[in-house]
Ligand binder design. Structure first.
Ligand SMILES: NC(=O)c1ccc[n+]([C@@H]2O[C@H](COP(=O)([O-])OP(=O)(O)OC[C@H]3O[C@@H](n4cnc5c(N)ncnc54)[C@H](OP(=O)(O)O)[C@@H]3O)[C@@H](O)[C@H]2O)c1
Length: 330
């Protein structure tokens, strides 16, 4: 029997007003797929890039890459999930801004009973990102307890998880954020030092905090506005880990300047390389579930929106009005 789903779709790139809630048919899952009924959907900055066209996407496009709910049916070949399972995911292709969908099972994992649906939807994409950054996106020689790292947008969705996880790993995370209130939130969640990068010169402050040494890694999702100064925060052989462009895409640069600034390394990471296989996805999700169920990392859902109010959610995210995670409720 064909069901329908209320789904957020765009027909062309543009502003939040391009997002329309439409009724679409949802069929049965094919090989390697599941049908899931969402209880909550996660909001992520990548949704803004895909909506606006910073990342060009084929049209029409259903949005959203994170969700949690109940598996309704599984297709041939799916063995790790069954109808009735509580589940959550961060996954391609987009389409989680919906009441229900059919999707590949590969990136969908069972949600532990101790984690509610809203928390599941708020943490999968952001939490697995914090995981691969702090544990796998490392400078030569790795990170040791006590090492300084710089993490931009530390009061955001990925940021608040990273602050807590870095503390659990014994790292000294210096967090930047765009207001004093956001700085206080990052500090309350484990950042050892915080810098309001709208009012302070963050490179100068990082040098001061580290006794002139600089940090071993900068985790930079802000992009255009922070790129240049971030390079000045690194110690020799340090790693510039770029993973987003909330302020705009980083312009091309000449590699020679990496030598001049201390033989630096640069990488641009994306979660979807890390969760390319089902095994890798499960391992990362288990690691995340471990720190959340043990209480080392608390998922802060600071904004909740009805699915029909998705345009407001995007406006708030783009206007830097949100902190922590946001969920859309179908
Ligand atoms: N590559 C990956 O695998 C991956 C995965 C997940 C997320 N990301 C990236 O990580 C970042 C954080 O994602 P999120 O979903 O958790 O979002 P978020 O951090 O909750 O929101 C983005 C934050 O970026 C900061 N920002 C600085 N300049 C901005 C500007 N001009 N416009 C808008 N925001 C600006 C704002 O915090 P302040 O006001 O404190 O500056 C804002 O709250 C995003 O860039 C996202 O694309 C990358």
């Amino acid at each position: 029997m064909t069901q329908t789903s209320m789904t957020v779709r765009i027909d062309r790139h543009g502003g939040p007003e391009e997002m329309k809630l439409v009724e679409l048919p949802v069929g049965d899952p094919g090989a390697g797929e599941i049908r899931i009924r969402h209880h909550a959907c996660g909001l992520n900055f990548i949704d803004v890039y895909q909506r606006s066209g910073v990342y060009a996407m084929p049209m029409p496009l259903t949005l959203g890459m994170e969700g949690a709910g109940v598996v309704e049916a599984v297709g041939p070949g799916v063995t790790h999930l069954k109808a009735g399972d509580r589940a959550a995911y961060a996954a391609n292709p987009p389409g989680s801004y919906s009441t229900a969908r059919v999707m590949p099972a590969k990136n969908v994992v069972k949600l532990p009973d101790a984690i509610d649906f809203e928390t599941g939807a708020a943490m999968m994409l952001k939490g697995m990102t914090a995981q691969y950054l702090l544990k796998r996106t490392l400078p030569q020689g790795g990170l040791q307890k006590g090492d300084f790292v710089l993490f931009h947008a530390a009061a955001g969705g990925v940021g608040l998880i990273a602050c807590q996880w870095a503390k659990a790993l014994g790292l000294q995370l210096i967090g930047t954020a765009g207001s004093d209130e956001k700085c206080a939130l990052a500090k309350a969640n484990g950042a050892v030092h915080v810098i309001n990068y709208r009012t302070e010169d963050f490179a100068a402050r990082v040098k001061e905090i580290t006794g002139g040494q600089g940090v071993k890694v900068v985790y930079d999702s802000v992009g255009k506005d922070t790129w240049d100064k971030s390079l000045d925060c690194l110690r020799p052989f340090g790693l510039m880990a770029s993973f987003g462009n909330a302020s705009g895409v980083v312009p091309p640069f000449a590699p020679g300047m990496l030598g001049a600034k201390g033989s630096l390394y640069v990488t641009r990471q994306t979660l979807f390389t890390h969760i390319a296989t089902r095994d890798a996805t499960q391992q990362m999700a288990d690691d995340l579930f471990g720190v959340v169920t043990s209480g080392q990392v608390r998922i802060h859902i600071e904004q909740r929106y009805a699915l029909k109010d998705v345009a407001q959610a995007h406006r708030d995210l783009e206007a830097r009005k949100t902190t922590g995670s946001s969920v859309l409720l179908p």
